[in-house]
Design a protein around this ligand. Structure first.
Ligand SMILES: [Zn+2]
Length: 1028
């Protein structure tokens, strides 16, 4: 049964009349409640260093501000000569005369716009990093935007004017979950900074039925023109009388729209209840630029305002908003039986992208924090028993963050809601966080340790955003990393506090630092601070660089600032900029202040955020002196070519302030720190020291290359007694050795010799690091002579540790994570004992429904599918379609892609085109697992090509998903033919925000080809000696 929403509400008047009818929806209250930047700063920094020598730091830098510009639109000075809908009263002759004047004026404007260059390159455009060459943006300057009615749209800037600031929104919304129609109205109180005839705001796919402007006293002002420009998703409203500077006004707009099916704006979602019936809900996702698709607004993060909300709903629904309900009215008298209106408490000042509302029939669990904040988890009723973990974790981590930051959570409540159709993992809407089901639900019997930990991390991530992102917001999206880097770092601190035995900071390098180093070594990477303008560019920077590199450099910062200074700095930053906006420079200045200027944090950190990439630290020894040099690390095929290494130009010339840490063979407990101030360093070494290990715990964001003798010593130490190094340092050595080999800087024999020690390794993080590299070697080698030998070598290394982890449920949290990782890998490389046992477990489970330890499900399902046939596959597919455990569904989705039968794989790929079978949000999982399967690699690529347009329409505007599909499908391709295929297919195609992902994928394929040709012979020879 499909739930219904009442349809009896009278239609809003579509007439051009100036007076808005306020009843029954109307709750318009009649009350009222650009610049030139050029700064130069000279820094003379003295940087502290401990123990060893370091070159003195004297460095000049300056910030270049935005370009000055006019905020007048091209047509701002002319009188309004014609109104919408022919309301202007004029005689025929006068009209002709006017038309002539208008034409002349339009022509003049066009000429001015076309030839005067960047006249509207206003100060509101995002501040460009000094090294950013912005050709694309300049080219678009000559473009003349046209409104939907064909007129010139007078505001030629993707950014809104800065002289109008909204202060309060009053939104009323009535969605119909059956017809998908939405009726809404918004009144926006705003303040103008200078006299102006016009305002510009955002609107996307909304049909505006009424509009009205009032001054402070409630007097109605005459709108002479309203234009909509879909290209920039903007509305332009021109007035007869000027808005006076320093005055407040209210704009009121009525509109209609449709609930979307894409996962953005205000959209429809559904779930199946216990009786097998489909239930609908309406929910929102606004970040980064979709609030404008739900109501007209000033949709930029720096336009903070207070929000009041009213929602019409059916009696059997509930409505949720950022703030709690304060009043519920029965509006049946006006609107039809059963209809209620919830009025919500006014919000604090916040950005539009953080607004959220949901209309659903969920149930919930609640509890209070010690300070009395009400925490609730809302889920569809079949899932509520899986909500307790999220509730307890949220309560604890909310309290921990309040304590850690020294700033209280400012809202009275924190709701978490599980959304069945969701594009990302979760969204930090202030006070109403939305989650994909697998990111919030935990079933102690069914959910694996990996999935359990993931839920805790996502919860901590979104809670961290309540301060970093919500309370203090980036001024513009170019500083997205201030939101995402912080949340990605703090999520580990939050979970570490709640579960110290999970050793989150050891896992941090595995999950954040290593993937970020891998991506940032491509020449198609980008600086953390990057100029972005339009929605597609904004979407594109929600990537590994903003999240994981951002987190990794904050981790590095925390190490050289020390915990106390870090905490003081964060507290200072939050208090200074709360309910407001900040940029990267503001952050660094706060930290400098908190070190009493003893460290020029901004000078140091600019080299990490303003230029892409990171340094390769090369350590060589000459007698008793150690020489440490730095240069940019690149994986490029032409890595030895210095002109490629210095492209694109960086004002820091790809030199960094590197906090180099190390310990030596003499004393592994004493850590030495040396600053490399964009320079190389030398220091003395005791003659009896045989090796040094740099980048302690991989806490720095750089790679280390030792001279060959030192590599040999380090390998010997690992093989003789690997516990000389802690697990993070062992993982670091593995990661560096394999990556340096990938870059052509180290012969394959070194990582291979090093890997021999793994037969004694019993820790999770080093093993997970090694497996990541082994798997990519195995995929790249899959068409070469060495392939089968390499699988044999992997089996040899895995045999002892597979025995160690066993099939029980014993051991620590990390042991459990390792069990899943080791045994799953053993299945893929066909380790006999593991395969046999897993196949038996699968049969017992399939035939007599015998339960499986949740950490072994991935192993058992993979074995059943990989070594089984149609029956096994179908059994899992059926279960995928019927289970009510989201984490189970995700596991099955991954396992179904390891089938060996191409027919099954092809069938599986085709299922992804039906959104009722595989949710669009999960398509990437399927394509990635099929592409990683040697049997499916070419099928996945063929599928991507064949159904590219279909998939595009499946995701709608969420084109960032397309980028991840390209990466997932092409990452393992490694022949020149593959490169030709991919580059030819996409040649000339507009892939939108997937452009950078495509460029990175092509670069990766090229690297794969080169690596195979350079290394396959050496690897084959080495393996022949070791694998008998
Ligand atoms: Zn986030």
């Amino acid at each position: 049964m499909i739930e219904r929403s009442d349809n009896t509400m009278p239609q809003g008047s579509p007439s051009p009349a100036d007076v808005i009818r306020l009843e029954p929806m109307g709750r318009f209250k009649q009350t009222q409640n650009g610049n030139v930047r050029l700064q130069g700063t000279n820094h003379t920094a003295q940087i502290n260093h401990s123990i060893c020598q370091s070159s003195p730091l004297i460095h000049n830098t300056c910030d270049t501000g935005g370009v000055a510009g006019t905020e007048s639109p091209a047509g701002a000075t002319k009188k309004s000569l014609y109104e919408n809908n022919g309301v202007a009263a004029c005689s025929h002759n006068r009209a002709l005369c006017i038309a002539t004047v208008v034409f002349a004026l339009l022509f003049t404007i066009a000429v001015i716009i076309a030839f005067t260059g960047p006249q509207s390159d206003c100060t509101c455009a995002g501040e460009k990093p000094p090294n950013f060459v912005d050709e694309h943006w300049n080219v678009t300057k000559a473009f003349i935007p046209r409104a939907t009615n064909g007129q010139i749209f007078p505001w030629n800037n993707i950014r809104l004017p800065t002289f109008v600031r909204p202060t309060r929104y009053n939104i009323t919304i009535h969605p119909n979950l059956t017809t998908l129609e939405v009726k809404g109205q918004v009144s926006i109180e705003f303040h103008v900074e200078k006299d102006t005839h016009f305002i510009v705001l955002h609107s996307k796919n909304l049909s505006i039925t009424d509009k009205m402007v009032q001054d402070r006293k409630g007097h109605h002002m005459r709108i002479t023109k309203m234009l909509e420009y879909t290209g920039a998703q903007q509305l332009y409203i021109e007035m007869k009388e000027k808005f006076r500077k320093k005055h407040n006004y209210t704009l009121m707009i009525r509109f209609t729209s449709k609930l979307g099916r894409e996962f953005e704006g205000f959209y429809i979602s559904s779930y199946i209840n216990r009786d097998g019936e489909k239930r609908y809900l309406a929910t929102t996702h606004f970040e980064p630029t979709y609030a404008r698709a739900a109501f007209p607004c000033f949709d930029e993060p720096n336009f903070k305002a207070k929000f009041k909300m009213s929602i019409f709903r059916d009696r059997f629904h509930i409505a949720l908003f950022n703030m709690p309900v304060i009043n519920t009215e029965d509006v049946g008298f006006y609107m039809g039986t059963g209809l209620l209106r919830d009025d919500f408490q006014e919000s604090v000042e916040m950005s539009t992208y953080l607004v959220a509302f949901i209309i659903c029939d969920y149930t919930h669990l609640s509890r209070q924090t010690q300070r009395g904040v009400s925490v609730s988890v809302y889920t569809p009723s079949p899932y509520i028993s899986q909500a307790s973990f999220a509730l307890n974790t949220t309560t604890h981590i909310l309290e921990y963050f309040e304590d850690f930051f020294g700033v209280s959570y400012p809202l009275p409540k924190q709701d978490l809601a599980a959304i069945p159709d969701f594009a990302t993992g979760a969204m930090e809407n202030w006070g109403l966080i939305t989650y994909r089901e697998t990111a919030i639900l935990y079933d102690p019997i069914e959910t694996s340790t990996t999935a359990h930990q993931y839920v805790a991390i996502v919860i901590a991530h979104e809670l961290a955003h309540q301060w970093f992102g919500n309370l203090v917001t980036m001024k513009w999206w170019n500083d997205l990393w201030l939101n995402e880097g912080f949340a990605s770092y703090l999520e580990y601190l939050g979970v570490d506090n709640l579960f110290p035995e999970w050793k989150m900071m050891e896992q941090f390098i595995l999950d954040k630092t290593q993937p970020a180093l891998a991506l940032d070594a491509l020449s198609s990477s980008h600086p953390i601070s990057v100029a972005v303008h339009d929605p597609a560019e904004i979407e594109a920077i929600f990537d590994t660089i903003s999240y994981s590199k951002g987190a990794a450099i904050l981790y590095m910062l925390s190490k050289f600032l020390q915990q106390e200074t870090l905490q003081n700095g964060l507290n200072d930053y939050l208090n200074t900029y709360k309910y407001s906006n900040a940029d990267t420079k503001d952050l660094w200045n706060v930290f400098s202040r908190n070190t009493n200027q003893s460290l020029e944090v901004k000078v140091i950190m600019d080299t990490w955020t303003q230029q892409m990439g990171f340094p390769l630290i090369t350590i060589t020894r000459e007698e008793n002196e150690v020489i440490v040099t730095q240069e940019r690390f690149l994986l490029t095929v032409e890595s030895m070519n210095s002109s490629i290494r210095s492209f694109p130009k960086s004002k820091y010339d790809y030199k960094w302030y590197v906090p180099l840490s190390y310990f030596t063979s003499n004393d592994t407990q004493t850590v030495y720190n040396v600053w490399m101030n964009m320079t190389d360093v030398r220091f003395e070494l005791d003659p009896n020291i045989t090796w040094i290990k740099a980048n302690v715990n991989q806490s720095g964001f750089y790679r280390v290359m030792y001279d060959e003798a030192m590599w040999r010593s380090l390998v010997n130490v690992l093989r003789n007694n690997h516990t000389v190094f802690n697990p993070a340092d062992r993982a670091n050595l593995i990661d560096d050795a394999f990556t340096l080999c990938r870059a052509g800087l180290l012969n394959a024999s070194i990582p291979l010799e090093l890997s021999l020690y793994l037969s004694k390794e019993r820790d999770y993080v080093p093993w997970a690091t090694a497996i990541e590299h082994f798997q990519s070697w195995s995929r790249r080698l899959s068409e070469s002579l060495a392939y089968k030998l390499f699988l044999k070598y992997m089996r040899k290394l895995l045999t002892p540790v597979a025995k160690y982890v066993g099939w029980g449920n014993q051991g620590s949290h990390l042991d459990k994570l390792m069990r899943t990782e080791i045994l799953s890998t053993a299945i893929l490389c066909e380790l006999n004992e593991t395969v046999t046992q897993a196949k038996q477990e699968f049969q017992k489970w399939m035939t007599s429904n015998e339960s499986i330890n949740p950490d072994l499900k991935e192993v058992v399902y993979s074995a059943g599918i990989k070594y089984g046939g149609m029956t096994e596959w179908q059994h899992c597919w059926n279960l995928y379609n019927s289970t009510t455990i989201p984490s189970e569904r995700k596991l099955l989705l991954k396992a179904l892609g390891v089938a060996s039968d191409p027919w099954l794989l092809q069938r599986y790929l085709l299922e992804t085109l039906d959104r009722n079978m595989v949710k669009p949000q999960d398509v990437k999982i399927v394509l990635a697992v099929v592409a990683a399967n040697p049997e499916g690699r070419l099928l996945a690529w063929r599928h991507l090509k064949a159904y590219w347009p279909t998939m595009h329409s499946l995701f709608g505007n969420a084109t960032f998903m397309m980028g991840s599909l390209i990466s997932a499908v092409t990452a393992h391709l490694s022949t020149p033919y593959d490169y030709y295929e991919v580059s030819t297919y996409f040649n000339g195609m507009n892939v939108g925000s997937a452009a950078r992902a495509l460029e990175q994928s092509l670069e990766t394929i090229k690297l794969n080809i080169n690596w195979v040709s350079q290394n396959e012979a050496d690897i084959y020879t080495w393996l022949r000696n070791y694998v008998k």
